[in-house]
Design a protein around this ligand. Structure first.
Ligand SMILES: CC(C)(COP(=O)(O)OP(=O)(O)OC[C@H]1O[C@@H](n2cnc3c(N)ncnc32)[C@H](O)[C@@H]1OP(=O)(O)O)[C@@H](O)C(=O)NCCC(=O)NCCS
Length: 207
């Protein structure tokens, strides 16, 4: 665990930090992402290439990138759809080759979401493992809520799997409520989880 210094949250991150961002995201979602792309190096290279930093908030402690919260808008998204949409097969093929690309496309399709009008859809939130529990996730969610308010949206929406009890507790603490639940127990052995809750945060219009 690192010692607490000031956390600064900003929109996006410099190009030079793509690999650091991929490492944080991969460490956080390795279990889900490794089903789609088994090789660690390929997976991190795919993430580093695919990220669109404009669609995220990034948390820093000093110079160190320590957390990311992705967004998925109608016109673009942080992960190009890996965890909240449908990445194009062409893109996966160019990074992974034809066989791996098909497996990856199927696994990623389980995470498909489409942003609705008037909502900000999240595209993953991840904090470096040694910095968790310091309030960084809470700060990132605050930035997401402010962005939703700035855009005039009514809600922030995300999905959390049935095995991610810790993240769900955090979402409930900041005001998210479950609005739907998809159960697919037959996929548990393949995906590592057998259900996914859709949670929403109502964005009030305080300025
Ligand atoms: C979920 C996550 C982003 C939270 O970030 P964080 O900076 O640790 O969050 P905060 O410090 O603001 O809040 C801590 C809360 O997060 C939850 N939490 C989830 N996993 C945790 C972990 N490994 N360590 C500490 N807290 C965790 C707890 O509810 C905790 O509440 P508490 O402080 O009352 O005990 C972070 O744990 C993470 O990156 N997890 C892996 C990726 C992931 O699961 N993302 C969410 C997918 S839906």
């Amino acid at each position: 665990m690192v010692s607490m210094t000031e956390i600064v949250v900003q929109r996006g991150f410099p190009e030079a930090l793509r690999s650091e961002a991929a490492a944080i995201y991969d460490e956080a979602f390795a279990q889900q992402l490794s089903i789609a792309v088994r090789n660690d190096t390929d997976r991190r290279a795919l993430l580093a290439a695919i990220f669109d930093p404009h669609y995220c908030f990034a948390a820093f402690m000093g110079d160190r990138l320590v957390g990311l919260a992705g967004m998925h808008a109608e016109e673009g998204s942080f992960t190009g759809g890996l965890l909240s949409g449908r990445p194009t097969l062409g893109l996966l093929r160019s990074h992974l080759g034809p066989v791996q690309a098909l497996r990856a496309a199927f696994a990623f399709s389980m995470h498909r979401r489409t942003p609705q009008h008037n909502e900000l859809l999240m595209d993953g939130i991840a904090v470096a493992e040694d910095c968790r529990g310091l309030g960084i996730g809470t700060e990132l969610l605050g930035a997401i809520e402010n962005e939703a308010r700035r855009l005039g949206h009514d809600t922030v929406r995300l999905n959390v799997t049935d095995v991610n009890v810790g993240a769900r507790a955090l979402y409930e603490r900041v005001g998210f409520r479950e609005v739907a639940y998809d159960s697919f127990p037959y996929m548990r052995r393949f995906l590592g989880f057998g259900g996914s809750a859709t949670m929403e945060l109502a964005v009030d219009d305080r300025t």
